[in-house]
Design a protein around this ligand. Structure first.
Ligand code: ATP
Ligand code: MG
Length: 319
C-alpha cells in the first residue's frame, strides 16, 4: 500500500506529521512518501503543483493531505480543485460525530458552483453552476450506500434553482432504486435544523458549495473546525484531509488541533478495510480529549505534538 503524505502549508505542516505518526504506528509496513505542493512550491517555482506531483499522487493508493494556502494571484487555479478534478474524487465525505451527533455529510465534489467555468466582464462576473445527471447519480449511489437503517436527507434549493431540480430527481431515483428511504429539505432550513436537531440526521447528500457550508456549520456541534475529518473518494483514488484550512493566524506555534487530521487518518484506515484500527484511533482520540489533553481551541493547554503522543499512547495500551 502506497500512501502519499502531503503536509501543504500553514498548520498542515504541523498536524499532518502527527496524523502520519499515528498511521505509521498502526501500519508500519506501508510505503509512505512525501509530496510537496502548495504555497511554498508556488513561491519557489510559480506553480503550487506540477505534473510530477500529480503523477506521484495518482500513483498512490491513498493520500493524506494537510491544507494549502491560496497564493495572492488572481489567475491562480486552486490546488485542491485541480487534484479533485484530475483524480476524479467525486464524493466528499464529512462525518460529524460527537455526543448526540452521528451524521455524515456527502458533498458532490466535481461540479455545481465549483465547475471552474467562469469569466469576468466589465461590471459583472459569471460562475456557471453545472449539475449533470451522471454526476448526480453517482453521488446519490455513493450516499445511498452509506445509509445504514435510517434515511437519506437530500439538501437542495430545488424550489428556486433549476439545476437542483435535476439533482433532486436523480437522487430520489437512485435512492429508490437502492431501496433507501429519503426525505428532502431546502438547504437553508436544513442548516438551521441540523444545528437544532442533529440527532434527526444520518446521511445528508447535497451539491458542492452547499455541502461545504453545511459541514463547516455542523462543526459547531462537535467543537469547531479542528475536529472535523473528511475523505474525498473516487472510483480509483482516495484522499483524506481535515476540513479546516491552513490557518495562517496560528501556524508555526505548535498549537493547532491535530484531531481533524488524526480522524482523517482513521477514515483512511476504515476505507481500506481496517475498521477495528479506525475505531481504535477514534476511541484513542476521544480518551485523550476526555483526559484533558486538548489544544487551546478546545480550551486546553496541550500542544499539537502532545495530543499526538497522548493518542498513540492509548493505542499502544490497547493494541
Ligand atoms: P485557508 O485560507 O487555508 O482556509 P483560513 O484562514 O480560512 O485558511 P481555516 O483553517 O479555514 O483558516 O480556519 C479558520 C480559523 O479556524 C483559523 O483561522 C483558526 O483560528 C481556526 N482553526 C482552523 N483549524 C484549526 C485547528 N486545527 N486548530 C485550531 N484552530 C483551527
Ligand atoms: Mg478557510
Amino acid at each position: 500500500m502506497k500512501v502519499a503524505i502531503v503536509p501543504g502549508d500553514g498548520i498542515g505542516r504541523e498536524v499532518v506529521p502527527v496524523a502520519e505518526g499515528v498511521l505509521r504506528y498502526i501500519r508500519p509496513e506501508w510505503d509512505y512518501y512525501p509530496v510537496e505542493v502548495g504555497y511554498g512550491r508556488w513561491e519557489r517555482c510559480g506553480a503550487a503543483i506540477g505534473a510530477e506531483e500529480i503523477r506521484a499522487l495518482s500513483e498512490a493508493d491513498a493520500i493524506l493531505f494537510g491544507a494549502v494556502t491560496t497564493p495572492p494571484d488572481p489567475d491562480y487555479l486552486s490546488v485542491l480543485l485541480q487534484i479533485r478534478h484530475d483524480l476524479d474524487l467525486y464524493a466528499n465525505v464529512r462525518p460529524v460525530r460527537g455526543p448526540g451527533v452521528d451524521l455524515i455529510i456527502v458533498r458532490e465534489n466535481t461540479e455545481g458552483l465549483y465547475s471552474g467555468i467562469e469569466w469576468s466582464l466589465p461590471g459583472s462576473a459569471c460562475t456557471l453552476r453545472v449539475v449533470t445527471e451522471r454526476g448526480s447519480r453517482r453521488i446519490a449511489r455513493f450516499a445511498a450506500g452509506l445509509v445504514k437503517g435510517g434515511h437519506l436527507t437530500i439538501g437542495t434549493k430545488a424550489n428556486v434553482i433549476k439545476s437542483d431540480v435535476l439533482f433532486r430527481r436523480c437522487v430520489i431515483e437512485e435512492a429508490e432504486a437502492a431501496g433507501v428511504a429519503w426525505e428532502e429539505k431546502y438547504i437553508d432550513a436544513l442548516c438551521l435544523d441540523v444545528l437544532m436537531h442533529p440527532a434527526r440526521y444520518g446521511v445528508i447528500v447535497t451539491t458542492n458549495i452547499f455541502g461545504d457550508i453545511l459541514s463547516d456549520a455542523a462543526g459547531y456541534l462537535v467543537g469547531g473546525l479542528g475536529m472535523l475529518p473528511s475523505a474525498n473518494i473516487g472510483d480509483k483514488h482516495a484522499f483524506f484531509e481535515p476540513v479546516h484550512g491552513s490557518a495562517p493566524d496560528i501556524a508555526g506555534r505548535g498549537i493547532a488541533n491535530p484531531v481533524a487530521a488524526i480522524r482523517s487518518a482513521a477514515l483512511l484506515l476504515a476505507h481500506f478495510g481496517y475498521a477495528d484500527e479506525a475505531v481504535a484511533v477514534d476511541a484513542a482520540v476521544n480518551a485523550a480529549l476526555a483526559a484533558g489533553v486538548r489544544t487551546p481551541d478546545l480550551g486546553g493547554a496541550a500542544s499539537t505534538v502532545q495530543v499526538g503522543e497522548a493518542v498513540i499512547g492509548r493505542i499502544r495500551e490497547w493494541m
